[in-house]
Structures are given as C-alpha cells and as structure tokens.
Design a protein around this ligand. Sequence first.
Ligand SMILES: [Zn+2]
Ligand SMILES: [Zn+2]
Length: 123
Amino acid sequence: MQSKTQQRSSILQTLRDIGRPVTPQELLATAARKSPGLGLATVYRALKRLVENGDARKIDVAGVPPHYEIQTETHHHFFVCETCQKMYDLYGCPGGFSKLLPPGFTMTSHEVVIYGTCRSCAT
Ligand SMILES: [Zn+2]
Ligand SMILES: [Zn+2]
C-alpha cells in the first residue's frame, strides 16, 4: 500500500508520461498499472491537490467532461475528438484574435478548441 504522497507523485508522473489532457478515468486506467488498488476517489483527490499546488491544470470545455494536464507555461490550444472524446494539445497559435474585437474592446486572453476526428478514429 502506497502512502498518499507516493500516490500523488505517481499520479503526477503518469499525467506527465501521458503528455496530453486526460479525464480522471483515463488517468486511473494508466496509473493503476503502476499502483494496483488505486481508486477513482484517490485520483480525484490527488488531482484536486495537484491543481491547488499549481502542478496540474483543469480544462473545462464544452462537449467533453473536465480534463486535467500538467501545468505548463507554453501557450497552447486543444483539439477534441468528437468520436472518442479524447483531448489533444495543439501547439502553434494563429494569433491575431484582437482583430476580431469591435472598436474600443480589449482582449486579455483567448482559448481555442477545435472539434473534429482524431487519426485513430478516422481510420
Ligand atoms: Zn478519436
Ligand atoms: Zn493562442
């Protein structure tokens, strides 16, 4: 039986290894291989703590359940596969969004989510 701290660091490591946003269920499926007996409630608690500590980030977008990923300074966006509901990071920002604003409006930040079909679902 692992301690709470060990479980949390193994969950963080799994999140890092997966390298894309995941749901707690997806995270559990992978993390449980290394930590047998790990439960969903523990994953939720660990994720909550990791978000509070600034190690992870919760991503809420329309159409899919909340996903979690490693906190990074690198500006990026998301792709959501409407078939498998998996979320992927997109790097490279087209920018220029402030051009869309009406006169007198100022932009503080933006989020871009592209919906479609991922490669494994397309074949
Ligand atoms: Zn897919
Ligand atoms: Zn951007």
